[in-house]
Design a protein around this ligand. Structure first.
Ligand code: PEP
Ligand code: MG
Length: 577
């Protein structure tokens, strides 16, 4: 067993027999002077080769993949670039050398100028130029392209480099994976490998000499490695992973575009939990009805980690960079609701910046975290609220406040929001004043006065991770007490149920965004308790649709009643404050 490392450019796990594609080497191109009587013939051969390659590329335009079509269209433009062709012609007349020599020099010159620009995008466009004019050169030299009909189906292709125009052929031969010695994440071949879903690792040094034709290989893009001749155990573990991925792919294809419905047609809204802009794209792809929780602390963590000067205040993350991220997520979600949570730092989310005092607290989880922290630093809070309201005009924003325990915290936030509104109005910056503001129910104290909170906010989202932690007094990260941590504890279920009833009575939406919503038994119990909005990891959305479609509301109410049976319900509307 041998392990090689590289750069993961297209995600997934693949296994198969290696097939080494070694290019037919181009013969050396002679630099000797060309006799006068062969000149005209050279130019004719060049224009004929151009014509032939144009025809080949036009045939490739048939592909149904729009991205690949765009690449081939750009190839056709390059082949018709009169400026470049007339430069080749001038050089050909001037140099008195073979057309192959002149063309090769011109292409190399052009490509190397793009490469030295030091820009990844331009350098990868250089690969496109060498790909398309390489085809012309091969025509002139009589070099045959690799015949893809020879490639066995399901092979893992190993090569020094491949051309983007070969991606379609690889997909047609059901290539299981690609390992290249060269290439980068932004190359057209990488883009196409992602589109075709071919797991690929590029930049694997000496792959062609380290791997032999027919070797069993596994590509693991999560670890960015290729395992050559894996032992029996390793191979079996990867085969299981591949089967799981395949099942997931089928599930996604089946459920992505259809709404989540119970067996009896009851609709359930499925939302995604995200921490980055990139995850919003995944959420949309996986068919999310919106974003139920955008954990903004990850933006702050990234910014703080990037900040070499430790000790710079956390408020250093600018309003503009926050605005850009929020706007992008709203635009990606194209009018679907996006719930963005204000900074939930402190406690278990330590941000490498100076003014998070959690590290100095005796009980950080019970200390200055989440809404408590932002209310203590109004500059930080206002900066985020300004960015949120500025972004509000780009979609269906909802603002969510974490770890609310006191009505006074909501009132104070609403007062600060009013100040932000007046500032933006004065500065003539557009915003949506009626953006819903909701709270997370994450403590027993908040759940028990949920009826009161309905008067001060527009929606609830139940954070079952913290609700369980704080209700049972069990650190959610401590493995020593992990067996006691359960959202199914009747005390937790009772608080969830009461919160849901209060929201229903007041007519405000209630969702669940803790991990319970993304677990099979959890989502079943929640829907049985009356929850119709579940927010979970985007990768679980399709499976959730599948699970829910097997049960009627009656079935699920029985599931939750069983879990709930141990305690009587709290009567609604009691003066519990
Ligand atoms: C929760 O507590 O359930 C929740 C969703 O918030 P977080 O996990 O970010 O604390
Ligand atoms: Mg929480």
């Amino acid at each position: 067993m041998k392990i090689l490392s590289g750069i993961a450019v297209s995600k997934g796990t693949a296994a198969g027999a290696a097939y080494i594609i070694e290019r037919q080497l181009r013969p050396a191109i002679s630099a000797e002077a060309l006799p006068e009587n062969e000149r005209a013939g050279g130019w004719k051969r060049f224009t004929a080769a151009l014509q032939k390659v144009r025809g080949d590329i036009k045939a490739l335009l048939e592909t149904p993949d729009p991205e690949q079509q765009a690449i081939f269209e750009s190839y056709l433009l390059m082949l018709s670039d009169t400026d470049f062709i007339s430069q080749v012609e001038q050089e050909y007349k001037k140099q008195n050398r073979r057309i192959e020599y002149v063309l090769n020099e011109k292409v190399e010159d052009f490509a190397s100028k793009l490469r030295v620009a030091g820009d990844a995008y331009l350098s990868e466009r250089a690969d496109d130029i060498t790909d398309v004019f390489g085809r012309v050169l091969n025509e002139l030299l009589g070099v045959k392209r690799f015949d893809y009909s020879r490639l066995p189906e399901g092979a893992v292709v190993v090569a020094k480099n491949l051309n983007p125009s070969e991606a379609g052929e690889l997909a047609a031969r059901k290539c299981a994976g690609i390992v290249l010695e060269e290439g980068g994440v932004n190359s057209h071949l990488a883009i196409l490998a992602r589109n075709y879903g071919i797991p690929s690792l590029f930049g694997v040094p000496r792959a062609v000499s380290e791997i032999a034709n027919g070797d069993e290989v596994v590509i693991d893009t999560q670890e960015a490695k290729v395992i050559v001749s894996p032992d029996v155990q390793t191979a079996a573990a990867y085969l299981t992973a591949i089967e799981q991925e395949e099942r997931r792919r089928q599930c996604v294809a089946q459920h992505r575009q259809r709404p989540a419905l119970l067996k009896d047609g009851t609709p359930v809204t499925l939302l995604a939990n995200i921490g980055t802009v990139e995850e919003a794209r995944i959420a949309l792809d996986e068919g999310a009805d919106g974003i139920g929780l955008f954990r903004t602390e990850f933006l702050f963590m990234q910014a703080a980690n990037q900040d070499k000067k430790k000790g710079k205040p956390i408020s250093s993350i600018s309003e503009d960079s926050q605005f850009e991220a929020y706007r992008e997520v709203l635009q990606i979600m194209k009018g679907k609701p996006v719930t963005i949570r204000t900074l939930d730092a402190g406690g278990d989310k330590i941000i490498a910046a100076a003014d998070i005092p959690a590290v100095k607290e005796k009980n950080p989880l019970l200390g200055l975290r989440a809404i408590r922290l932002t209310l203590a630093d109004t500059t930080l809070f206002k900066t985020q609220l300004r960015a949120l309201y500025r972004a509000s005009v780009y979609g269906e924003l909802k603002i969510m406040l974490p770890l609310i325990t006191h009505v006074a915290q909501v009132k104070e936030t609403l007062r600060i929001i009013k100040e932000v509104h007046s500032d933006l109005t004065r500065e003539q910056i557009p915003f949506r004043a009626n953006t819903p503001v909701g709270i997370m129910i994450e403590t027993a104290g908040a759940a028990v006065i949920a009826d009161v909170f309905t008067q001060y906010c527009d929606f609830f989202s139940i954070g079952t991770n913290d609700l369980t932690q704080y209700t049972l007094g069990i650190d959610r990260e401590n493995t020593a007490v992990a067996d006691l941590f359960s959202e199914f504890h009747a005390g937790v279920l009772r608080l969830i149920s009461y919160t849901v009833q209060c929201a229903q009575t007041a007519g405000i939406p209630v969702s669940v965004c803790g991990e319970m919503a993304g677990q099979e038994e959890g989502m079943k119990a929640l829907v049985g308790l009356g929850v119709r909005r579940l927010s979970m990891s985007p990768r679980f959305l399709c499976e959730a649709k599948d699970i829910l479609s097997h049960y009627t509301l009656d079935d699920l109410e029985r599931v939750s009643a069983k879990a709930f049976a141990r305690l009587p319900q709290i009567p609604l509307g009691g003066p519990i404050r």
